[in-house]
Design a binder for this molecule. Structure first.
Ligand SMILES: [Zn+2]
Length: 260
């Protein structure tokens, strides 16, 4: 017989559970209301999202892209095609389609297939080489950027290619903002963890830029992830459902170029 009426009966028998659910929803609503009005950086007009592999832009940066894509010129540069399993050509197309779902025109999205920047946990990327490639790209897209957004020193997952992007930050010609990696204990607690981090960063007034997806934007994140069909193995479904990084992002300024 229908599952839903049974679940509703269980909730009715446990008013404490219903109250907790309502409180959580109210908290989410409050956080969203505060964040959406105050957190979008009005001073960013041209921004480059620098990633290592197709799917990074969804799994880690989607809350940022949602917030920026409607009012900021967002460019995507992915320094590999994620060819560790020989799927580079497929993943290159998936990258463009996923960005498109996130609201970024695929004409502003590039990936590279450079022999020095191949996908792999054990492949070390040279920060100066990365900086050179990124600077060439910045010139190609018209020069001056207000921000480059990339990983922090822990790279969210600790992947060596993510960490290498952060190491290139001091050598870049625009202010670099890094995605703050959540501690492992909080990373996979989904929306409650995302809300907690967002609110604690807000209360701390730590100078960070905070982004929190609305429920509708989260649905778009899931739709964008579906474009990465080649990557949707069982454990990635678990990540998508559990990771707080799918809901929220906190960016810290980690490098500012020296005045010329
Ligand atoms: Zn990656």
């Amino acid at each position: 017989m229908p599952v839903l009426p049974g679940a509703l009966r269980r909730v009715r028998r446990r008013p404490g559970l219903l109250g907790a659910l309502l409180a959580l929803l109210a908290l989410a609503w409050l956080a969203l209301t505060v964040s959406r009005g105050l957190e979008k950086p009005a001073d960013w007009h041209r921004v480059l999202l620098l990633t290592a592999h197709p799917d990074d832009e969804v799994m880690f940066f989607a809350p940022v892209v949602h917030a920026l894509s409607s009012r900021t010129e967002v460019f995507g540069l992915c320094l590999s095609e994620g060819n560790a399993d020989g799927l580079g050509a497929v993943r290159r197309e998936e990258l463009k389609q996923a960005y498109s779902v996130l609201g970024v025109d695929e004409k502003r999205v590039w990936s590279t297939d450079d022999p020095h920047l191949q996908d792999g946990m054990k492949v070390q990327w040279d920060p100066l080489y990365i900086a050179n490639i990124v600077e060439q790209h910045i010139q190609r897209i018209g020069g001056k950027l207000d921000a480059i957004i990339t990983f922090d020193a822990r790279g969210v997952s600790g992947h060596a290619n993510h960490v290498a992007l952060h190491a290139a930050a001091p050598h870049l010609s625009a202010p670099v903002y890094a995605l703050r990696t959540l501690p492992l204990a909080l990373k996979y607690l989904g929306l409650p963890s995302a809300l907690l981090r967002h609110l604690s960063s807000t209360l701390a007034q730590d100078g960070a830029r905070r982004f929190l997806s609305s429920p509708l934007e989260y649905v778009r994140t899931l739709l964008a992830m579906r474009k990465h069909a080649s990557q949707l193995v069982w454990f990635r479904y678990l990540y998508v459902l559990a990771s707080a990084h799918m809901w929220s992002a906190v960016l810290d300024l980690v490098a500012r170029p020296m005045p010329q």
